[in-house]
Design a protein around this ligand. Structure first.
Ligand code: PLP
Length: 394
């Protein structure tokens, strides 16, 4: 059976060049903290990779901390900035207890913030417009003397909307508040420049940009005050204890080097495929809604609501025909709750339930889109014929 992978926002396959570098590095077992030559070899590989990650986002190598996943990077910022431990921060310099974020963040941002809320922090959960866009004016209005952190994602994983993060970062800077952006879905797809964006923290994750799972990074602007969450040894400037994942880090470095080299060409190609898919669906299938911003959107992401039917049934039928997509985000599938992102852009529950995310990547071809457009209309028609909600059945 033909296999068509359209779930690249959930995870990406390994890039063949990343796979090759991994194969070549399998024997590199030294501990990067050891002082002998085994250790030095590993240290050099880690530092080379750090340089490559830094180059991709226009940072300096010393500003990059390696972590195990995007979720860890996000937790490190949120818990590390708000830490109230007088061992890390003196009584006088304990941070304020107000955080600003949006209603459409990834659970790895929302859940640590909800935990702080339960511990007494005040949180402003900013609404978004019908495209999923945060209004920078609302961010500025929400800032108080107690605000210690603003966290707004660079691009949304479910609907692809690109947020005005540079503008929000300038507002945060003006008010002396730290600004974090979860750029896990944006790095490798958008031009990410931490100097231009003026962010204090930026999270990225290996498995969203053709490196393996289990490795990620966090950019930290020099001079900002953050406490470690994973306490241990002196690794990663004391901000993330634990022996470095040398192989993962090497792979992430390679993936970032490739992204810097190929990003523009890949984006052009993927955008064409996305547009072909979007137009094809609109042409062939009635009663659909395209979610997300019409222009300020990730080239890789196409969120479509198919009225009157369930996303899960669409997903399973497509899967049986060899097409892999997702409903909402992978992390919230498996629950019956509709996606918080789709609800936040104003979709009623029943429409949120009928939404499919197609997410494209570098391996997709015209044939993948042709095949999807050949299979999808029949799947939708069949499900609608069985749906009591479909007007034709009433
Ligand atoms: N942030 C966003 C926007 C994501 O899409 C994801 C993963 O889906 C994450 C964070 C978490 O990344 P990881 O899977 O590396 O923990």
């Amino acid at each position: 059976m033909r296999r068509t992978y359209l779930d690249n926002n959930a995870t990406t396959p390994l890039h063949p060049e990343v796979m090759q570098v991994l194969k070549d590095s399998l024997g590199l077992f030294g501990n990067a903290s050891s002082q002998h030559f085994f250790g030095q070899e590993a240290r050099k590989a880690v530092e080379d990779a750090r340089q490559k990650v830094a180059t991709l986002i226009n940072a300096k190598p010393g500003e990059i901390i390696f972590t195990s996943c995007g979720s860890e990077s996000n937790n490190l910022v949120i818990k590390g900035v708000t830490c109230q431990d007088v061992y890390c921060k003196s009584e006088q310099s304990l941070p304020g207890k107000h955080i600003i974020t949006s209603q459409i963040e990834h659970p790895s941002v929302m859940n640590p913030i909800k935990s702080l809320e339960r511990q007494g922090f005040k949180v402003t959960w900013l609404p978004v417009d019908k495209y999923g866009m945060v209004d920078p004016e609302l961010v500025e209005k929400a800032i108080t003397k107690q605000t210690v952190l603003i966290s707004i994602m660079t691009a949304n994983n479910e609907i692809g909307t690109i947020e005005p993060v540079a503008e929000i970062a300038r507002i945060a800077r003006k008010h002396g508040v730290y600004f974090h952006t979860d750029a896990v879905q944006a790095v490798g797809k958008l031009n990410i420049d931490v100097q231009e964006m003026e962010v204090d923290f930026l999270s990225l994750s290996g498995h969203k940009l053709y490196a393996p799972k289990g490795v990620a990074a966090l950019y930290i602007r020099p001079g900002v005050n953050v406490c470690p969450v994973l306490q241990g040894g002196h690794q990663e400037r004391g901000l993330r204890g634990g022996t470095e994942n040398t192989l993962g880090i090497i792979a992430l470095g390679k993936a970032c080097e490739i992204a810097a080299r190929d990003r523009e060409e890949n984006v052009r190609k993927i955008w064409k495929l996305r547009e072909k898919l979007r137009k094809g669906i609109l042409e062939k299938i009635p009663e659909v809604i395209v979610n997300g911003h019409p222009e300020k959107v990730l080239p890789t992401t196409l969120s479509i609501t198919f009225k009157y039917i369930e996303g899960e049934s669409i997903l399973l039928r497509l899967s049986s025909k060899g097409i892999a997509v997702s409903t909402g985000s992978a992390c919230s599938s498996g629950t019956l709750e509709p996606s918080h992102v789709l609800l936040a852009i104003g979709l009623p529950h029943e429409l949120a339930h009928g939404t499919i995310r197609f997410s494209l990547g570098i391996e997709n071809t015209e044939e993948d889109i042709d095949y999807t457009l050949e299979i999808l209309p029949g799947v939708i028609q069949e499900l609608r014929q069985m749906s009591p909600l479909w007007p034709g059945n009433k």
